[in-house]
Design a protein around this ligand. Sequence first.
Ligand code: URA
Length: 268
Amino acid sequence: MARERLQKVIASAGVASRRECEELILTGVVRVNGRVVDSLPAFVDPQTDAISVDGKRLKPPLRVYFALNKPKGVICTNRDPQGRKVAVDLVQCSQRIFCIGRLDADTTGLIVLTNDAELANHLTHPRYKVPKTYIATVKGRLDAEAVQRLKRGIWLAEGKTGKAAIKVLKAGHQESSVEITISQGLNRQVRRMLANVGVPVKSLKRTSIGKLKLRDLAVGRYRPLTKAEVAALQAAPPAAAQTKGGRVRAKSPRSNGRRRDERKGDAS
Ligand code: URA
């Protein structure tokens, strides 16, 4: 994850210009994890690889963490071939950052951006799925039977979803709103679960990831996480310890039960 060109990483550490760093590499004075790297291209993970120039070890770049209230129409990959706006462009940061997990383009709300691949692995690994809470506005009335079905789990193509926590915030005939907490990251999971019980989503917003809350962060705005917030995300326990049965019957740990085509646009 997060591999970058070696000359760029050395240049970012202030050693010399990128061009000069390329020459340094070719002269054989650069080592990565103890081994001389003297040809290009070469790629490294600046957080985890030990890089030295002339025997001097470079410090790994500072780890940064932001909470963003993602607007509608913005996507969570770092680049979009279709030219849509990407979430990383909304956060001013000199480090190379990326989103942890995804929200689909139509969904707004809380997303964490960081350069910490270790935290990203921790939070996105099926074993460590932290509960995520969403508020959905849906078409029609969400009745008691639908609520019970959502709570017990819904059969989707991948299998039965885990138990969900459900709080109906408003139950109108034309429109209802509901707070839903799930621990998996299936593609467009909340939209599919609600459509399955007959109430298609009109709008969807994520309000928390584990203990991290969106609070009053305006749409399109971001803020750095506090040390306590980062520590709470790092300490997130395995999903099985949080909710009984809070896991889709996964076909494999890597796919989390999703078909290859469905994993492509993953929104967790
Ligand atoms: N569920 C969805 O339907 N969309 C998201 O972005 C996240 C969860």
